[in-house]
Design a protein around this ligand. Structure first.
Ligand code: 4AD
Ligand code: MG
Length: 459
């Protein structure tokens, strides 16, 4: 056992340790020296708040140059009431030892570093307040997601990472191979020598594989990594990100919207209740309007509009958009931002998009030109969710696949779910990182995932 007397800093800060001795481990966040006293902010990972250590350098000899940001120490001392306004208690140190030194070459110093600089050192940025708080919210949000679905008896299904199909059809899938590319260049491409003897990809979405399970267990969800070789390097696009994809039998589009709103409000409330210190930090240093973000999401019903209504609102707007909004063409980022940030200023569901640029699996509406789908847009981010009622009618699905030029043989198994015991069903996908961005105010998807991967950049 490392030291049976070790106390976690969270315990000292949250319970009554006054006038008791404690022994702690931790890393120095900051240190400052004034006259003969050394003040250290010590963090052991157990709480966002650090414990202040006060070392009287007249009775304890320490080497100032070693007591710097990043160094790991152990300390023993009495917990006393703190005269400072920032903390309720502090440790009067009687013994201190260096466990692991971080010398002056340690890249993270007391001063504030830019997020771009920190992105280059993901193995070290996690030690800063900003990332400590971000990954705490990420972890709590993952628990909230699982709790939401598990409490409602959804089956958690692990959809495969390696697939043969491209669910979203945008040819954004990473192909995987064991072929030696140098040999391919010399001898030509021969799939019979490849691992699967056919082209294989990293999944862009677990939806197609989740659907048969929804048509068995009634309600299921996936929560796992997905991959997109999207060449655009934007603050909202990562090459590797996590998605949550629930899929429910006997659901239509209205049922789906009800579930999405309840789910998003539920997980947001959990973060508001369970991450108070972290949210206080984000409000002070990252996004001053954070409280308002929670209020517009939690206190009102989400707005619901049809794609056709969205186009009307954009046409009436007193501004010229780079791309003129029109039926039959997708909304641009600029259109979305106008609708959600300027017009509604709260979460908006946009439903029933034109079928021509939407995925093959979405259920065609009676008008024959739109599909029963939804995008959820939120202020400051834009799209966080896409979902739809699925086309459960074999003939309609087959027709749409062929019209989109898809290779039917790859989707025979998917079509079969409509051949035997088909049923109306619906589902959606939430981008986990985008939700974290909304809840923390962080502005770049690369800053809410521990080790970001994006076009031309692997950190
Ligand atoms: O809109 P998408 O492409 O929808 C699907 O994949 C459906 N199969 C979901 C379903 O119905 N089960 O992706 C869903 C969400 C987006 O709304 C966005 O939040 C996120 O995934 N997303 C990304 N997040 C980060 N980086 C990227 N490159 C992303 N692409 C999509
Ligand atoms: Mg989408």
């Amino acid at each position: 056992m490392i030291n049976k007397n070790r106390v976690k800093i969270s315990d000292i800060l949250s319970s009554d340790w006054l006038d008791k001795e404690a022994f702690v481990y931790g890393w120095i966040r900051t240190s400052r020296f004034s006259k003969n006293v050394c003040f250290i902010e010590l963090n052991d990972g157990s709480s966002f708040k650090s414990l202040q250590l006060v070392i009287d350098m007249q009775s304890i000899s320490i080497d100032e140059s070693k007591m710097q940001t990043g160094t790991c120490i152990s300390a023993k001392g009495l917990i006393v009431k703190s005269p400072g306004a920032d903390q309720s208690c502090e440790m009067q140190v009687s013994e201190v030892k260096i466990v692991g030194l971080a010398d002056e070459t340690y890249p993270i110093q007391k001063k504030r570093h830019s997020l771009e600089f920190l992105r280059e050192i993901p193995h070290l940025r996690c030690k800063t307040n900003t990332f400590f708080a971000t990954f705490k919210v990420r972890s709590k949000l993952a628990k909230a997601v699982h709790d939401y679905f598990q409490d409602r008896n959804f089956l958690y299904i692990h959809s495969p990472i390696i697939t043969l199909n491209d669910c979203e059809g945008g040819s954004e899938a990473f192909q995987i191979t064991t072929l030696n590319l140098k040999e391919v260049k010399e001898k030509g491409l021969d799939y019979s020598a490849d691992f699967f003897k056919r082209p294989a990809y990293l999944t862009v979405s677990g939806q197609l594989e989740a659907e048969p399970f929804a048509l068995t267990h009634g309600a299921v969800y996936t929560f796992g990594p997905t991959f997109r070789a999207d060449p655009s390097d934007t603050p909202r696009h990562a090459a590797e990100f996590w998605m949550i994809e629930p899929e429910m039998a006997f659901y239509d589009l209205d049922d789906l919207l009800e579930l999405i709103e309840d789910f998003i409000k539920n997980i947001t409330r959990k973060i508001k209740d369970n991450c108070q210190s972290e949210l206080e930090f984000f409000k002070n240093f990252i996004e001053p309007e954070l409280d308002n973000r929670y209020a517009v999401l939690l206190d009102h019903k989400f707005e619901r509009i049809d794609f056709a209504e969205a186009i009307e609102i954009l046409k009436q707007a007193d501004r010229k958009f780079e791309v003129e909004p029109k039926w039959g063409e997708d909304l641009t980022m600029e259109h979305e931002r106008y609708l959600v940030d300027e017009h509604f200023k709260k979460p908006v569901f946009i439903t029933n998009y034109p079928e021509n640029f939407k995925s093959f699996y979405m259920r065609i509406n009676e008008d024959g030109k739109s599909v029963a789908c939804v995008d959820l847009l939120v202020p400051g981010i834009g799209e966080i969710i896409s979902g739809s009622q699925r086309e459960e009618r074999y003939d309609f699905l087959e027709k749409r696949m062929l019209a989109k030029g898809m290779e039917k043989s790859l989707y025979e198994w998917y079509l079969q779910t409509r051949l035997w015991g088909s049923a109306p069903h619906a589902g959606f996908g939430l981008g986990f990182e985008r939700m974290i961005m909304y809840l923390t105010g962080m502005k770049n998807v690369k800053d809410v995932i521990p080790y970001p991967r994006a076009a031309r950049k692997i950190y």
